[in-house]
Write a protein that binds this ligand. Sequence first.
Ligand code: ATP
Length: 310
Amino acid sequence: MTRIDVQDLRKEYGSTRAVDRLTFAVEPGRVTGFLGPNGAGKSTTMRILLGLDRPTSGTALIGGRRYADLVEPLREVGALLDAQAAHGSRTARAHLKALAASNRIPVRRVDEVLEEAGLTAVAGHRIKTFSLGMRQRLGIAAALLGDPSVVVLDEPSNGLDPEGIIWTRELMRSLAREGRTVLVSSHLMNETASFADHLIVLGRGRLLADTAMRDFIDSRIRPRVRLRTTEGGRLRALLLGKGFDPVPREDGLWEVEGARVEDIGPIAARDGIPILELAQEEATLEQAYLDLTAGEAEFASASTPLNQEA
Ligand SMILES: Nc1ncnc2c1ncn2[C@@H]1O[C@H](COP(=O)(O)OP(=O)(O)OP(=O)(O)O)[C@@H](O)[C@H]1O
């Protein structure tokens, strides 16, 4: 079981503070969504974790060691950072074979991961002919090559079609089920909610939230029901008596804050009140995330200038 531990991590680029005293852990056996607006510091943190950049101070460790100290890194950590990085004149199979050879990975793994990524039919094609989505799949195949216990993916669904998005989601879930540590960045809350068990949210290089997805939803989202009835007055009185406070909307519908359809439907049914429409209001997860990151989103001023430190 391999944990990722980020401890008091800082990264400054000149006067730009990209990562600011960041501390968090990523646990095995679950998918951790790494969220934050553009410029929040996600890629910088991942680059440091993968030994592609040096921190100004602090540490980012994989199983207690720096990436640079891992003996056969691809066997321990699989990463997708920049899907465009693969050498365009090579074929997909040649690219993966070269990666396997340099990490003493058995060559049979190449065909296994090509199959897993749905690339078998195009394995002999040059990468420069690949679409963005195919490059993403190839990047994910490369990440899986060494059968690593830690998988780090930066925006894996970027450029993928709906089928590809579902494929990555199921892949991440199954990697976590196998006990691996899975860290996946995104700036989209609803997408992340579809695959993550845990959330780490950054804003301007700082930690805004480190929480189970369920707790994020429960603590930040109040359920709300929308309904239409022919007997608004009677239903309102009834619901007031049960501790709900239905509010009429201009379009003739009613809204009940803090309620679920399972609360409202049976109450109306017991008193024979006709319900013409009854729906749970969704889409508030994105709003909860936007509220959390409000003010952290402007890319140009995404990092705290050093001379204006809080
Ligand atoms: N090589 C660099 N040189 C200078 N500044 C950089 C460099 N890399 C990142 N930054 C700055 O650091 C901050 C964090 O950027 P980073 O790319 O880590 O954010 P991010 O959360 O990954 O954003 P995105 O969702 O847009 O990829 C930004 O202000 C960015 O401009």
